[in-house]
Design a protein around this ligand. Sequence first.
Ligand code: NDP
Length: 445
Amino acid sequence: MKAQDVLFDLRRRFPHEPEYLQAVEEVLTSIQDVYNEYPAFDRYNLIERLCIPDRIISFRVSWVDDKGKVHTNMGYRVQHNNAIGPYKGGIRFHSSVNLSILKFLAFEQTFKNSLTTLSMGGAKGGSDFSPRGKSDMEVMRFCQAFVQELWRNIGPDTDVPAGDIGVGGREVGYMFGEYKKMTRRYNGTFTGKGLEFGGSLIRPEATGYGNVYFLLEMMSTRGIDIRGKKVAISGSGNVATYTAQKLLELGAKVISMSDSDGTVFVPEGLTSKELDYIFELKNIYRGRISEFAEEFGYEYFPGQRPWRLFKCDIAMPSATQNEIDGEDARALIEGGCFAVSEGANMPSTPEAIKEFLNARILYAPGKAANAGGVSVSGLEMAQNSQMLSWSREEVDMKLRDIMKDIHSQCVKYGKSADGYINYVKGANIAGFMKVARAMMAQGVL
Ligand code: NDP
């Protein structure tokens, strides 16, 4: 297999899917050598079967707003690969959602889920519906309409959706309710559910906490302590806020948060009172980070991302894809940033990744660093199937162990002769090998 030949062909077949092609290119270039050590992979054309999703379900979602106006949105579910377990992956509601973005996310999810050591295949879904500015009732009607189309294609042993951008506990609750009504079944088809109806403790916190646990593992390879370190975070949603919470608990300084309108700079680091305010602002009032800046008198940069505005020791992008470009990466490195741990999926462009690797800083790609979310989703599935719920401490301990294990797998496959750990290579190869072996064993499907 020559990665460039496969990519050439995929570019010809899917010319309008830049994010998907970007994600595939990153994986193929890092697994190429290992792949070629197994000639049978090529005989079974494993690579094309792994890059192209098993199936894509797309549908129209019609819903009625509070004024009685009828709207339509597109809905999708990309079931990428179920070689090692039922399809599993979040649902994204955001105006930017299209098939290229969902295909990249489902592709990444397949390798990420493989890394978690749990039995989960990869999928992703969503809609170009934006919950921003919508009333509770409008969000509910949309979620119900979305599930009325999707319910036939999901189930506890087939495909288990969860949250992502624009889909939190509220939306999962509405979707689960509609699913239950349509199927007349009560089961663990969604994860990220409320605690009262099958949700797991620590699931909301899991992606952010998991990312910090992974960061600690990376820092321990260089004997660096987290206390007092200045951390720039982007985003102010689920992943960003729980990342900040864990960092504060460990004595680090969170010097920024952002949303799609701009960035707030907190030079001495957020206090836990301020973080509580952000939680409430975002989750209850659905407000903007500019309102937080105004309330507490901090500098606010409209329309800007955190990376070039101030110096930091650590960057934890937790908003969206391609939010750190080459120039941002150079600014971070020049400012003394020694670690980047990705809460978001594919937040760094290929040029930015190259900069991080060339500078030999600690760099954890999202598929390793943010795998804590889906890991605890897997633990939620396990609890649902046993009709049990584990304690907070038990789930947190399992999450820590999983993140440790993912780190070890990255080291196993990504450590180079000079001792530098290339986490991109490590995560891609480790994630790939398990799925590849399972696909080979199951024949051409
Ligand atoms: P949320 O919807 O809770 O928060 C998203 C945050 O990112 C918001 O602050 C949002 O700002 C900002 N944001 C979204 N799109 C853009 C954009 N185009 N430009 C700038 N800012 C943007 O989502 P999550 O926290 O759940 O997800 C964040 C990232 O983490 C995503 O990449 C997601 O795929 C990834 N992830 C999430 C997991 C989870 O468990 N939730 C698991 C693994 C990865 P605004 O409010 O203005 O839109």
